[in-house]
Structure formats: C-alpha cells, structure tokens
Design a protein around this ligand. Structure first.
Ligand SMILES: Nc1ncnc2c1ncn2[C@@H]1O[C@H](COP(=O)(O)OP(=O)(O)OP(=O)(O)O)[C@@H](O)[C@H]1O
Ligand SMILES: [Mg+2]
Length: 263
C-alpha cells in the first residue's frame, strides 16, 4: 500500500480533480485505490457521486450526518474498515468527508498525538489496497499535516497560471519540517494542470516549473478542459462523464505514467 498526499495550499489548482480522475484511471487499470477526502468542502466525495446519491434519499441538512466520514476516523477513532465505501468505479473506494470536518482542526488541538491520527488509522487498515490518495484542503493546517505525516509521497498539482509558484516555498518548508516526524515522505511528483495552449504564459509556467523541479514533473500535462469541470456536478468521474474528452485522455496517460513511477 503506497500512500500519496495531494497538497498545495493554493486554492483551486486541481487537487480534487486530480485525486478523483487519477484515482479513477488507476482503478480502471485494476489497481485497488482508496480515496481519502480530507477537505470539509467534500468536493471529492460529491465528485465521485457519494453525497449526491445520499442526498437523493432526502437527508435533512439540519440533522447530524447519517453516514460515517473521515471525521469519525480522526475524532471518534472509528476504524477505516467501517467507514470506507465503494464508488461507481470498480476498484475505487472512498473515505467520505463532510462539513463536520470543518471543526475537526479545533477539536484535534487537545488530542494526544494529533498530528498522526490519520497515519495510525491507515496503519491499522489492512485491506488489499495498492494506492491511497489523500485530497487536502487548501491550507497547511492540522488536516494537511495529518495527511503529510501519513504519506509516502507528496504530489503537487500546479496550475499553469500566473503566481503558480507562489506559496510553494512554504509547502516545501513544511515538508522539511514533517520529515522530522515522517522521514519517508518524499516529493512524488508535480502535475501541471489547466494548461491553456493559447497563452504564452502557460508555456512560461511549464518551463519555470520544469526548471525548478526537473524530473519530478510528470510528462503528462493536464489541459484546461471544460468537461473536467462539468463532470463533478453530475457526481461522475471524467471516465464516466466523457471518456473521449481531452481531460479524460490526459488523466488516463497520467495514470499510466504514475504506475510506471510507483509500481
Ligand atoms: N483541467 C481542468 N480544466 C478545466 N477546469 C478544471 C480543470 N481542473 C480543475 N478544474 C476546475 O477548476 C476548479 C478548481 O479545481 P479543483 O476543485 O480540482 O481544485 P482544488 O485545488 O481541489 O481546489 P480547492 O483548493 O478549493 O480544494 C473546479 O471547478 C474544477 O472543476
Ligand atoms: Mg479541492
């Protein structure tokens, strides 16, 4: 079981889109993939169809969440085996999130070993999973710290836009700090996202990122593709929504490259 954290404290760079569509494409090759939604926004959960399906059963928003989530794993010590669910994609599993996670960072403050709660939970989870992929919120708070501590590899999506590299120094310094607790954490790869071939700027960003991160940068660049942004609102991965789109092809190629790198 190899554990990957997808993090970048910059918002909207494609973390969740990558977690879900890289995860789905890995699963479609036969790998067993567990997605962990560590963002209170729960975009990953709804993106793979989870919350939406549930809401169809008229869940009262004012009631406590009736399903178990990553919150129960972190705060109530529930084993992952009782929380994870399957998705519509074969071999793709999910530990869902929900809004209660928004309070978790504060609730965790007084918990012993609060930086390693997710690590412990994953260590106690002994199912046959090839890849665990953790989707982080856009911050470097306790949730992201938990993900970094639990992981073998950090994957950083970088949007091909102005200010793309902003904040990366801070992320890399955090990784250095984490290595004190989790020495095995390594930078697994950089994924360039939302590439727009019509702009000169996008190309410039690609060059800058490659110059800085060298061979860590995945060869596959994810293009800007409206189908990728539409799919989650239907609770579908890009493979379910539009497998012939340029976005789907990119995430399929990325999954192949990923397996080559981390087999
Ligand atoms: N390659 C792409 N082409 C077009 N739209 C994209 C692409 N990747 C992501 N998007 C869209 O851009 C927005 C931000 O993407 P996403 O939610 O994956 O980023 P994020 O880093 O997870 O954001 P946050 O920091 O808020 O969690 C979403 O609306 C998503 O659908
Ligand atoms: Mg996200």
């Amino acid at each position: 079981m190899k554990i990957f954290v997808i993090a970048n404290q910059k918002g909207g760079v494609g973390k969740t889109t990558t977690a879900m569509n890289l995860g789905a494409n890995l699963a479609l090759t036969g790998k067993k993939v567990l997605l962990v939604d560590l963002d209170p926004q729960a975009n990953l959960s709804s993106g793979v169809g989870f919350t939406k399906a549930f809401k169809a059963d008229s869940w009262d928003e004012n009631q406590p969440s009736p399903y178990k989530s990553i919150y129960d794993v972190l705060i109530n010590n529930d084993p992952i085996s009782q929380v994870f669910v399957s998705t519509n994609t074969p071999n793709l599993f999910l530990i869902p999130s929900n809004l209660s996670l928004a309070g978790a960072e504060i609730e965790m403050v007084n918990v012993l070993a609060r930086e390693t709660l997710l690590k412990k939970a994953l260590e106690n989870f002994n199912q046959q999973i090839d890849y665990v992929i953790i989707d982080c919120p856009p911050s470097l708070g306790l949730l992201t710290i938990n993900a970094l501590n639990a992981s073998d590899y950090l994957i950083v999506p970088i949007q091909c836009e102005y200010f793309a590299l902003e904040g990366l120094g801070q992320l890399l310094r955090t990784v250095d700090l984490i290595k004190g607790i989790n020495p095995k954490l390594a930078i697994g790869g950089i994924i360039l996202t939302m590439f727009d071939s019509r702009t000169k700027l996008a190309e410039q960003v690609v060059n800058d990122v490659k110059e800085f991160f060298k061979e860590k940068v995945f060869t596959t660049i994810v293009p800007r593709n409206v189908r990728l942004s539409e799919a989650p609102s239907h609770g579908k991965t890009i493979e379910e929504y539009d497998p012939k789109s340029t976005g789907a092809l990119a995430y399929k190629r990325l999954a192949e490259e990923f397996i080559e790198r981390f087999n």
